[in-house]
Design a protein around this ligand. Structure first.
Ligand SMILES: O=C(O)[C@H](CS(=O)(=O)O)OP(=O)(O)O
Length: 244
């Protein structure tokens, strides 16, 4: 298995094989919280205009996401896991657009298969890659606004790669670095209310969820994130849970 780490939009465009689009702060952490809370269809889009159009055509849809980290006019939620941690989304459709994470999905045009990446489902991602055993794995770190590399995304990519290659990992050291040294780790502490400090803990909550989110076609031109549950952690058994 060849495992490559790529960065930012150009990295997403180069990604081949089984591709993990990584965005720890916060797109693919908040996506896991939304899916855990029962969302029926989670539709990632790159263009905010597409999000507004979908809402206009389907007023019952929920808009979630950000530009510059800030919730946008007409949006129901920003990109903050703490704002949705206890929201019941059963039966709902969410359209999600962000500056970095969802841009990676729409740019990974060479990938055979795309799943999302965050620490909250790291072990499930590792187990899923092992189960699929592809020739090439691409780990794409989306960074800040998809233009500047971010520590947390690169650290997750290295964590996944090291585990897959049988090397040791130390999540406590990662956490310590993110809390005390990383510029992007401190970022959440000083931001406005749309990125409250609680988001740090929720995004760095290792293996809180035992599913991966796989990108699959949805309708004529959209994609959605399909939940694939890990039945047994660390063992190569998976069950595909079709969303209702
Ligand atoms: O909302 C976030 O935390 C970030 C903000 S930024 O655009 O990367 O600065 O968005 P995301 O797409 O989740 O990285």
């Amino acid at each position: 298995m060849e495992i490559n780490i790529h960065q930012l939009i150009e990295g997403a465009r180069k990604a081949k094989g089984l591709t993990v689009i990584i965005d720890v702060f916060r797109a693919f952490s908040v996506a896991c919280y939304a899916v855990e809370n029962g969302v029926k269809d989670l539709i990632p889009v790159g263009d905010i205009g597409t999000a507004y159009r979908l809402k206009k055509e389907n007023p019952e849809f929920i808009l979630m996401g950000e530009r510059g980290g800030i919730i946008q006019p007409g949006f129901d939620y920003g990109n903050s896991p703490s704002s949705i941690e206890f929201v019941d989304f059963s039966g709902k459709t969410i359209v999600h657009t962000t500056s970095a994470g969802t841009q990676g999905i729409v740019n990974a045009v060479e990938a055979d298969e795309i799943i999302t990446g965050s620490f909250v489902n790291a072990q499930a991602i590792i187990d899923y890659i092992r189960m699929k055993n592809p020739a090439i794995v691409s780990l794409v770190c989306m960074g800040w606004e998809a233009t500047e590399e971010a520590d947390e995304d690169t650290l997750l990519a290295e964590y996944i790669k090291n585990v897959l290659e049988g090397k040791s990992v130390d999540f406590n050291a990662i956490l310590h670095y993110m809390l005390n040294e990383s510029k992007t780790g401190k970022f959440l502490d000083v931001r406005d209310a749309s990125a409250p400090p609680e988001d740090f803990d929720l995004c760095m909550s290792l293996d809180r969820f035992h599913f991966v989110l796989k990108v699959e076609p949805f309708g004529e031109s959209l994609v959605r994130l399909q939940r694939i549950n890990a039945i047994t952690r660390g063992v190569e058994r998976y069950d595909t849970i079709k969303q209702a």
